[in-house]
Each structure stands twice: as C-alpha cells, then as structure tokens.
Ligand binder design. Structure first.
Ligand SMILES: O=C(O)C(=O)C[C@]1(C(=O)O)C=C[C@@H](O)C=C1
Length: 289
C-alpha cells in the first residue's frame, strides 16, 4: 500500500517537519489539513494511511485537542512518536522598509506558539492584539497575504522559506534549550519503522467511582515493579464535574515482562483501561534553522 500522511497544515508547520523527518517520501505523499481533527479524520476516512499530530510540548504541556479527539472521537492507535526541538521566528510581510514594533497592531500564531513566546511579546509588543491561528505556519501565510497591514506572525523557520515574509527576529521562544514538542503518528494501518532504543506505552485509565485512594493504588502497581511513568494527565470524561480519565505514559513496551502484572492489578481494582498505543520514540536532535 502506498503510504500517505496527513499533517496540521499549511505547509511549513512543525508538524510537517516531524512528518517529513520520520517519513522520507515524495512531497505528494503529505496532505496538509486545516485542523488536528481533520488530520485524524483523514486517516479514518482512508484519505491517508497515517496522521501526524502534535501531542505534547515541554513548556506548555499536552495538546488537549489531540488527546480529547483520540479519547472521544476516533479509535486510532499511536504507532510512533517523534520529538522535535522547537523554535519560533517573528515575521512580517515583505515590504521595502522594516516595520517598527511600535506600529504593530496584531501578532498572530497558534496558541502554543504565542504561549511559548510570552516573554518576548511582553517585552517588545505588549500593545499588540493577539490573534490565534490554526497553526504557526498559517500566521505566516496570512501575514504574507496582507502586506499593507502592520501585522506580525510567529512561525517555524520552514514557513519563512515557504511564504513571502521577512524574518524580523529569530528564535524568540522563552526557552530555546528546553522547548521540545512530541508528535504522534496514529493509524489503524501497520507501519514499518527503524529500530529505536526508546519505547513508550500510553494508556487511558478510568478509575472506579467511590474508591478512595484508587489513583494511589494504580501508581503503586507501577512503582513497586519499577516501571517508570513519564506522564500522568487528567482529562475530563465529559460526563460531569469531577469525572476524569487519566492518561499515563509508561516508558516500557507493552510486552515488557512486568506489564501484565501491573495491568491485572489495575483491573482487580475495577479500573477500565484502554491502551492508546505501544510505540517507538524518535528524537530529532537539531531544529531546522
Ligand atoms: O502550528 C504548528 O506548527 C504545529 O505544528 C502545531 C504546534 C502545536 O500544536 O503544539 C506544534 C509545535 C509547537 O509547539 C507549536 C504548535
């Protein structure tokens, strides 16, 4: 089967970089989508074989839309994770003279991009209105199409090359050293990938109601087996206040010898468990600059 990948578009996003880092296919194998749900629905509808979506950022935490869509709307297992260093570039439309910060009325980017550049925006553009766009590259696209407006975008370096924009300030993120985003590949189709020495299993645990200390016992099932957990996140079940699922990342493969015991222990407590994926993790060391 010919592989095809949806990603959060338009061209030039971090998600595209993650997809192209992992999959070295020709350009027409990549399908830009307007939203994260659109990416996943493209995989459900068979328009692509796999979807690549943002999953978690080291400064801003989980991408809730991805999590919630996977929990409530689609049943697409995670097949791989790619970790990318993230940096953000401030761009203006191409114009004969450099725009002065004082003249800027609006700064646009994806909410994660805005949040990750909070210090810069506070220091240099406190007066500018913030407008959220569906992705970082979308802000570069909009800015480039409005050359007479005093607007700026925050986008990846790849978008600086993809659209007719000028780079005003490079790497404006609050912390370049610690800014990483994980992206996941989700699909019901199999995926052949290179070996990796890092693996994770992500599970969704629903605790039994009215069981004091249930979460403590779930964590204990892992801790006494020395199974390392790298994330625990609660998301509303959307059935009423105070009802939560827990998303737990375990730094082990599902077939690790100690895993069945931990799962049996959680089931004995009355927990519902859904495995969202057991998958290799890849790290791209350098950001595209
Ligand atoms: O807008 C993009 O470039 C994306 O790929 C999305 C996204 C995200 O949702 O976290 C990915 C990485 C950055 O953290 C900012 C935005």
């Amino acid at each position: 089967m010919q592989r095809r990948f949806s990603f959060l578009g338009p061209s030039g996003t971090n998600t595209e970089e993650a997809a192209r880092y992992l999959f070295r296919e020709e350009s027409d194998a990549f399908l830009p989508c307007r939203t994260i749900p659109d990416c996943m629905e493209a995989a459900v509808d068979g328009k692509v074989t796999h979807a690549v979506v943002p999953w978690e950022n080291s400064l801003e935490g989980s991408v809730n839309l991805t999590l919630d869509w996977m929990i409530h709307k689609v049943n697409l297992p995670i097949l791989a994770e790619v970790i990318l260093p993230i940096s953000h570039q401030l761009v203006s439309a191409r114009r004969p003279e450099r725009i002065d910060y004082k003249e800027v009325t609006k700064v646009m980017s994806h909410p994660q991009g805005i949040a990750q550049c909070h210090n810069f925006l506070r220091d240099y553009l406190p007066h500018a209105e913030i407008e959220y766009t569906s992705s970082t590259a979308e802000s570069a696209r909009i800015v480039s199409e409005h050359p007479n407006e005093p607007w700026l975008g925050i986008c990846p370096m790849q978008a600086v090359y993809s659209y007719p924009v000028d780079l005003m300030e490079a790497n404006i993120e609050d912390s370049s050293e610690h800014n990483f985003t994980c992206f996941v590949v989700v699909s019901n189709n199999p995926l052949e990938l290179p070996e990796s020495d890092m693996h994770k299993t992500t599970i969704l645990v629903t605790l039994p109601s009215d069981f004091p200390g249930a979460l403590h016992q779930v964590l204990a099932a892992f801790s006494w087996r020395r199974l390392n957990l790298s994330r625990i996140e609660s998301r509303p079940t959307k059935t009423g206040l105070g009802n939560y699922h827990f998303v737990i990342d375990i730094d082990h493969k599902m077939d690790d010898i100690l895993m069945p015991g931990a799962f049996a222990e959680m089931e004995a407590l009355g927990c519902q468990i859904r495995v969202l994926g057991t998958y290799p993790v890849y790290l791209k060391a350098e950001t595209s600059k």
